[in-house]
Design a protein around this ligand. Structure first.
Ligand code: SER
Length: 318
């Protein structure tokens, strides 16, 4: 990776991945692109306002900057996708299709995240294997499964260096996620720090895989830097670090803030989605094929999030 384009750089993952990549590969070698202008991204390095659904402008940017690696992070998430499935398909698959075609033409490596949302149907919920039944019942999941297949197709058919991980819900303190089923695990920290009661939209006992942003960022770089000869899988690897229920994260936060209160107002759409997803992924293949190893768990993540959100909201140290 010498010249990198982050498409969808203004989103939850993109905003932190851009900064992380600039720290490793040099500011001028990481171009951030997003539909909306971002003062922060534009002031901190090269930035282009780009609609990735416009293939000509997308190709122009890749050519102009001599890009050799694309991170395509453009997507509508699961809950938003259910509000407008056709739009989710157009955006998620349109962005992927253009990324694949441009990667083929300009010989770029391409990272596109898949998700725990790719699972569904009658598969093992506990220690969900790398290769198992994938029959998602959300448009987001349909796009992710189709995307995994397309990524592998472009690799075997055209030799495009496509790689991907199935991200759990990502927990971070910089940019809020939007429209996802796992968003509660980020929002809960803002309520806790503000001293407000949190209303949880997901049932108390549903386990979902989650990951702290520093692990997610490291996974992106480690997979893209991995020796291709060792990769038996490509699109897409299970990765895991922690799995908890709403009650589990509530109890963890209360170790630090004992007066914090949570109530439930379960959203039936989010409930159905959450219950159709794995409880906990088995990430053995990622560990074996490219050395994946998480560094954060529920306890260390919670402590760090509380510190970061307190600093962000009050400008005071925890
Ligand atoms: N965080 C995503 C969502 O909840 C899952 O990948 O939609």
């Amino acid at each position: 990776m010498k010249k990198i384009l982050v498409a969808g750089a203004g989103g939850q993952i993109g905003s932190e991945l851009t900064t992380y990549l600039r720290g490793i590969y040099g500011v001028s070698n990481v171009v951030a692109a997003d539909l909306r202008h971002s003062q922060f991204l534009a002031e901190s390095g090269p930035f282009v306002q780009l609609d990735v659904l416009d293939p000509r402008k997308y190709a122009f940017v890749v050519h102009k900057y001599g890009v050799d690696t694309i991170f395509n992070l453009v997507a509508l998430l699961s809950a938003t996708g259910e509000k407008n499935p056709s739009l989710a398909w157009s955006i998620n698959m349109g962005a992927l299709n253009n990324s694949l075609e441009i990667a083929r033409e300009y010989e770029c490596a391409l990272f596109t995240p898949s998700s725990i949302g790719a699972f569904g149907g009658d598969f093992p919920r506990d220690n969900t294997p790398q290769d198992t039944i994938m029959q998602p019942n959300t448009m987001y999941g349909v796009c992710k499964v189709a995307g995994e297949l397309l990524g592998n197709y472009y690799h075997t058919r055209y030799g495009v260096d496509t790689r991907s991980v199935r991200f759990p819900g990502i927990i971070s303190s910089v940019t809020l996620p939007g429209g996802g089923t796992t968003d509660y695990a980020v929002e809960i920290f803002y309520s806790a720090v503000k001293g407000e009661q949190f209303t949880c939209p997901v049932p108390d006992n549903v386990y979902m895989d989650m990951m702290y942003m520093p692990d997610a960022l490291r996974a992106c770089v480690e997979l893209m830097e991995a020796d291709p000869a060792k990769l038996k899988h490509r699109n897409s690897f299970n990765i895991a670090s922690m799995s908890f229920t709403p009650e589990g994260i509530y109890a963890e936060i209360r170790k630090h803030l004992p007066d914090f209160k949570m109530v439930y107002d379960v959203d039936p759409v989010k409930q159905a989605i959450a219950e159709s997803w794995p409880n906990k992924l088995d990430d053995t293949c990622a560990r074996e094929e490219w050395g994946w190893k998480p560094q954060w768990d529920l306890s260390s993540m919670t402590e760090d999030m509380l510190k970061a959100i307190t600093k962000k909201l009050t400008k005071r140290e925890w």
